[in-house]
Design a protein. Structure first.
Length: 388
């Protein structure tokens, strides 16, 4: 170092000082700069997946279930007690000619043979029948002769008494509502020709029974008429009576069997069985009704067999009664359309021919125009209805 020239030493010293100053200035400037926070490399993060929502199905147009047809309102049939009293005016109008004619004849100034023959003709014309007509006329002749009765009031009393006797008031006219076996429902078979109003009358009988407090099941065993089952079902729905039916042409006996079984299962009091009424072949009818009865009685004996007759058919109705009386054991008669005929004497004639009572009479088209037959009211409508 001592060998270096002075000037070189000075240059080196200046250079060192300059470099040192520059370094000091550099580091001071760095210390004064703000320190940036440490930054880490950003990691790309996926947004949290939202739960998948299934696209809503295209809304179907709102469909409302079709309203079921409203069930028919269950009716309460009118009580049967006194029905014939209520309907008596209809009997009076239709049978007025019978009572009025008889009283006019009996009140004649001279009761000779010609008058008594006219009395007979009047009774026969009213379908009283020969046997009962003869008996009534003979008794009237005797009593008029013995008693010397001639006043209208006395004659009316005599006529009332004789007609009452002819109608056999001691008959039991109540419908059978208890099974002969004492178990299960009482079964009532309803028979009659098609056209007599049999099926409609069967529905009205159900109303009579229900009005009297009984529960009823009906069997549509007239499977040869397509409309019969529908008719019966309509009648049943109106009063809450169940109806057992099958398709057209089904075996009538099987329908009757099912009806009796349904009645027993439901605890019904009475089972009404509507049967076919074809009379073209008497043997076929006998076989069919016999089979229905036998099949029913596999479960329970038949309590009653009611014959429905159209009162307007007169002597033809009596012939029908005879045929059915031979086919099955009739226990009672239902006379329809009695308000539409002046031949009320058919009540006497049919009872005489079958030896069974008329139990019900139809006196109009209304559902409750079927009335229990009452002898006193019937005779009163004929005789007393002639007053005035």
């Amino acid at each position: 170092m001592n060998d270096l020239p002075v000037w070189l030493i000075v240059v080196i010293a200046v250079a060192v000082v300059a470099v040192g100053g520059a370094l000091i200035a550099y580091f001071r400037s760095k210390a004064a700069e703000p320190v940036e926070p440490e930054t880490r490399p950003q990691v790309e993060t996926k947004p949290e997946a939202e739960p998948e929502v299934e696209p809503e199905a295209e809304a179907e147009p709102e469909t409302r279930p079709e309203a079921a047809p409203a069930a028919p309102e269950v009716e309460t049939p009118a009580p049967t007690a006194g029905r014939l009293v209520r309907l008596r005016s209809r009997l009076s109008r239709s049978n007025n000619a019978l009572g009025k004619g008889l009283l006019a004849l009996l009140s004649s100034d001279k009761l000779d043979e010609d008058v008594w023959e006219e009395v007979e003709d009047t009774l026969l014309g009213a379908d009283v029948g020969i046997t009962d007509t003869t008996r009534i006329v003979e008794r009237l002749r005797e009593r008029v002769k013995v008693l010397g009765t001639r006043s209208p009031a006395e004659l009316r009393t005599l006529l009332t008494e004789e007609l009452t006797v002819a109608l056999e008031p001691d008959f039991d006219r109540a419908l059978a509502t208890v099974s002969p076996s004492g178990e299960g429902p009482a079964t009532i078979m309803v028979v009659g020709v098609n056209g007599s109003g049999k099926t409609t009358t069967c529905g009205k009988i159900a109303r009579v029974l229900i009005a009297d407090g009984h529960t009823v099941v009906m069997g549509a065993a007239d499977t040869f008429r397509a409309a019969a089952a529908e008719q019966l079902e309509t009648w049943g729905s109106r009063v809450g009576a169940a109806v057992v039916r099958r398709g057209e042409g089904a075996d009538p006996a099987s329908v009757a069997f099912d009806a009796v079984k349904a009645g027993a299962d439901e605890g019904a009091d009475v089972v009404l069985v509507d049967t076919a009424g074809r009379l073209q072949n008497k043997t076929g009818l006998m076989d069919e009704l016999g089979k229905v009865k036998r099949v029913i009685e596999k479960q329970s004996p038949v309590a009653e067999t009611l014959l429905v007759l159209d009162a307007t058919t007169g002597q033809n109705g009596l012939q029908q009664a005879k045929v059915f009386g031979e086919v099955c054991r009739i226990t009672g008669v239902v006379l329809t359309k009695l308000d539409g005929t002046a031949k009320g004497g058919i009540v006497i004639a049919v009872q005489r021919q079958l030896g069974v009572p008329v139990k019900l009479v139809g006196l109009g088209e209304g559902p409750d125009d079927l009335a229990p037959f009452e002898v006193g009211e019937f005779v009163g409508a004929i005789v007393d209805g002639t007053e005035g």
